[in-house]
Design a protein around this ligand. Structure first.
Ligand code: ZN
Length: 199
């Protein structure tokens, strides 16, 4: 696909864009052909994916109809690329606000609301509760305020599950509930969304 005459350090910025490929992101797969990330979905801009092709870091799995060309070559924009070297997912996802929300699927674990989300300490901090995976849940501001500094049984507010430290697989599973608005057909063989896809 890539002419041998091209040096790997070819200046991608010099390429002439034939059309308007702004909206031509490439789905990035690990070397095992699984997406690097489901949510946010691992996507590269077409510029980054072409750069990675020339740096010999990825294989092109699938392409768009559209092409870019320079005076000496033309190539189709990749729609799916796979890394040549397997990136081992970190076993323990970082304890971040985003990942807590993702584990809890961006919904209040007391009432199911999806707006105005905050952190709730199941055992309140004032009662010795720690800020850890095992004691923090996603709660809407309303439930958080209502629960205040009480324990779940005191407040008669039982969370939908006991918080836990997720694995990267748990977070991938949660992320599959959030397909992006745009899905190129060539991506579907590599994605397994729980949500129904529009025909
Ligand atoms: Zn709530």
């Amino acid at each position: 696909m890539i002419p041998g005459a091209l040096a790997p350090d070819v200046e991608v910025g010099a390429l002439t864009v034939m059309t308007h490929p702004d909206a031509h992101p490439a789905l990035v797969l690990n070397a095992d052909f699984r997406p690097l990330s489901y949510f946010p979905l691992s996507l590269w801009s077409w510029q980054d994916s072409i750069k990675a092709v020339f740096l010999d870091r990825v294989n092109i799995v699938s392409t768009y109809e559209r092409s870019v060309r320079s005076p000496t070559f033309e190539m189709r924009l990749p729609s799916v690329v796979s890394l040549k070297t397997y990136v081992k997912p970190s076993r323990n996802p970082a304890f971040t606000r985003f990942n807590v929300f993702l584990r809890d699927r961006f919904s209040c674990q007391y009432c199911g609301a999806t707006d105005d989300l905050t952190f709730d300490h199941v055992i309140p901090r004032s009662r010795g509760g720690l800020t850890t995976w095992e004691n923090v849940l996603t709660a809407c501001a309303c439930c958080n305020l209502k629960k205040g500094s009480r324990l779940p049984r005191e407040a008669h507010m039982v969370p939908s599950y006991e918080p836990f430290r997720p694995t990267v697989f748990d977070l991938h599973a949660a992320g599959r509930h959030f397909p992006p608005n745009y899905l190129h057909e060539s991506w579907l063989d590599y994605l397994y969304w729980d949500a129904e896809l529009e025909p």
